[in-house]
Design a protein around this ligand. Structure first.
Ligand code: DAH
Length: 330
């Protein structure tokens, strides 16, 4: 009985060691561990038959069973270490990168010159504490004209030939509409800069496009004066163009009073670069602000114009026809 059990234990050890040595995966190894040493494993099953043994036999068989268990456990541990090392090695080999292989050429993308100007301008204003605002490109007559002190019969409507939509709405002719939409929602103090597309029924030529971009500026607060407007515009133009002479020339816009156009001396010529002025009291009243308490200034300029001057582009259409030979220069 005893020697029989002893022989069975030693046979189990041999068989187990061979199976462990033959295991090629960690999953298989775990299966073997459960099979031999697990709660319902073979070693346990043999030991349960010890119950029938005499008191002298029991310690002897117990000792043998322990060495079998230890031996199997050792083999399992060693095989696991070996398999894990092999796995890492295989992974290293599979994931090796041949750094001498020729690469795949991917041409680098660029920022479009118009977006470049917009990014720079917004950066400058954000640096002065302005928030970026936006509004819809399809507008109502109210936001594009009426609220901006431009009633239906106002001659200034001729300054901007408008695309009307069948439903009576229109494509905004300027970003000034964003001023009203923003002021309706917010209370002073206000400092916003609003970039966006605008639309005009212009015949397309080297300097005109039916779709172009503007950036609008609006500041409303207690005690803002024309001096604040001049200083802001000056800092902005210096940051964009460098320290060149600028001048403010009296002009007219329905939504500002007084109004001015700003010229910049560029290559010996005065170039008109933006419109601006003190926000007309009628505009403040349209959004429910008290013009006795609040004043403000506004300005607007064309992004294409800036891009053409800064990059010496002779034809506005180059900015839209996606010719890579042109765009790659920027
Ligand atoms: N909206 C004007 C235009 O498109 C530009 C402009 C002029 C905007 C004066 C302003 C301003 O905010 O104060 O021609």
């Amino acid at each position: 009985m005893t020697s029989n059990l002893e022989a069975q234990l030693l046979a189990l050890q041999q068989e187990g060691e061979a199976a462990i040595a033959a295991a090629t995966s960690l999953e298989r190894l775990e299966e073997l561990r459960v099979n031999y040493l697990g709660k319902k494993g073979q070693l346990g099953a043999l030991l349960r038959s010890m119950g029938q043994m005499s008191a002298e036999e029991r310690p002897k068989i117990g000792a043998i069973a322990n060495t079998v268990k230890e031996a199997l456990q050792n083999h399992l541990d060693q095989q696991r270490t070996a398999l894990e090392a092999a796995q890492i090695q295989a992974q290293l080999e599979a994931e090796t990168i041949d750094v001498t292989m020729p690469g795949i050429y991917r041409p680098q993308g660029r920022i479009h010159p118009l977006n470049g100007i917009i990014d720079r301008a917004l950066d400058i204003f954000v640096g002065m504490g302005y928030t970026v605002a936006q509004g819809p490109e399809m507008e109502t007559d109210y936001y594009n004209f009426e609220s901006l002190n431009t009633p239906p019969d106002h001659p200034a409507r001729d300054m901007q030939d408008t695309f009307y939509l069948p439903d009576g709405n229109l494509l905004r002719t300027h970003t000034s509409s964003v001023q009203i939409r923003y002021m309706e929602k917010e209370e002073p103090p206000i400092r916003i800069v609003a970039p966006g597309r605008v639309y005009r029924r212009d015949d397309v030529d080297a300097t005109h496009s039916a779709v172009f971009h503007q950036i609008e500026l609006l500041a409303i607060d207690e005690g803002l004066t024309f001096t604040d407007l001049k200083g802001t515009v000056k800092i902005f133009l210096q940051a964009m163009f460098g320290d060149l002479p600028i001048r403010f020339r009296a002009s007219y816009f329905p939504f500002t009073e007084p109004s001015a156009e700003v010229d910049l001396q560029w290559n010996g010529r005065w170039l008109e670069v933006m419109g601006c002025g003190m926000v007309d009291p009628n505009v403040l009243k349209a959004v429910g602000y008290d013009p006795e308490i609040y004043t403000g200034f506004a300005a607007g300029f064309g992004v294409e114009r800036f891009a053409m001057v800064l990059h010496q582009i002779d034809d506005i259409r180059r900015l839209y026809n996606s010719d890579l030979r042109f765009l790659q220069q920027f």
